[in-house]
Write a protein that binds this ligand. Structure first.
Ligand SMILES: [Fe+2]
Ligand SMILES: [Fe+2]
Length: 176
């Protein structure tokens, strides 16, 4: 892509992310990101206290919540996002690949924890340190991904939908 065209496209993205959000905005999905971040921290607090059963229970909630949020984004939102055409830094593949990576890491945690429960507190300590190291990378990946969605995916979705359609879609994103 020629440089001028690339700059034009990048400016388009910057303009989109600077727009005032409409009354019903996909940015309300940031609440789900906050819920997931908070629960991952609660899981890590339980890990720190070596309460591994609680850590596993909370992790299962996080994984279930993350899976549902990803389903909503991939099944309901990405098809609508496709209307915007090519967006620099916002290729649908990026979101999908990051989702897969996030779930792979969470699955790894879920496999490790029951194994640690079997061990004595002294034997577990270094493996718990390892889980925190992996948790650090998981949180960086999540931060990067969530920023991309806050700055590109959600504002672009706001831009390609009417208020009425947004309300309908958001209802599907937040069932109950
Ligand atoms: Fe996502
Ligand atoms: Fe998201």
């Amino acid at each position: 892509m020629p440089v001028e065209r690339l700059l034009e496209e990048l400016n388009r993205v910057v303009d989109i992310s600077r727009q005032e959000p409409p009354p019903s905005s996909f940015l309300s999905l940031l609440e789900t990101h906050e819920w997931l971040d908070e629960h991952f921290l609660l899981h890590q607090e339980a890990l720190l206290a070596q309460d591994l059963l609680l850590a596993l229970q909370i992790l299962e909630k996080v994984e279930e919540g993350q899976r549902e949020h990803i389903r909503v984004e991939e099944e309901i939102l990405l098809p609508v996002y496709a209307r915007a055409g090519q967006i620099p830094g916002g290729n649908p593949e990026f979101y999908i690949n990051e989702h897969r990576k996030m779930l792979t890491i969470l699955d790894g945690f879920k496999e490790t924890l029951p194994r640690l429960i079997e061990k004595s507190p002294g034997e577990r300590r270094r493996e718990i340190i390892e889980l925190f190291d992996q948790g650090y990378w998981f949180k960086r990946l999540l931060e990067h991904h969530d920023n991309r969605e806050e700055n590109i995916l959600y504002p672009v979705l706001d831009g390609v939908t009417s208020e009425e359609e947004r309300e309908e879609l958001l209802e599907k994103c937040f069932p109950e």
